[in-house]
Unconditional design. Sequence first.
Length: 216
Amino acid sequence: MKQKHTVLARFAQSALVLAATSLAAGAQANTVISEVLYDAAGTDRGNVFIELFGSPGTALNGLFLEGVNGADGSVYKTAVLSGTIPSDGIFVIGDDSGNGASLVNNVDLVLDVEFQNGPDSIVLRDSNGILDALGYGDFSSAVFAGEGNAAPDVASGWSLARSNPLADTGDNAADFFGLNIPTPGVVPASPVPLPPALALFLSGFAGLVGVSRRRV
């Protein structure tokens, strides 16, 4: 009888571990690129960033960002992620200024994320495949690794931000718009009106529009 109970206990433990692993994988799969500043007004080093949006508590270990060169489709940069998405759902990866710190506000992780100007693409993936991708610029004679149609190549100092961080239509041109004032760690005001219920959810989930989640 004791052996039977032990077997059942181990089976139950294995089932719990499997369920937890499946939930974690599902949460990672729902993580998207929400804002990118790839060309700072001045020096890029330490000033550019990638912002992700996802379920609070999602572990990012095992995920990485790739920079895909529009000239030939090669991966020219890989940034290995770590850490956990905080309670507001916004995770900011600030570029390393050279001393292990970043000049970007609201940073959760410091890495080399100095991605090239367009036409280029940034891909979020795990070992199994692509979770999200953003291509920006004119790809008429370049290799596109984004989704749908490319987002525009915005001016220096501008960022590309997702209109609705809870939706991914699979079309970068429809999902992203240019921001003249980047908002790392903040859900920006969208030019596309959001349904009242969604706007209310975002206000509670990711902080009020235009209000930083914390001061540094």
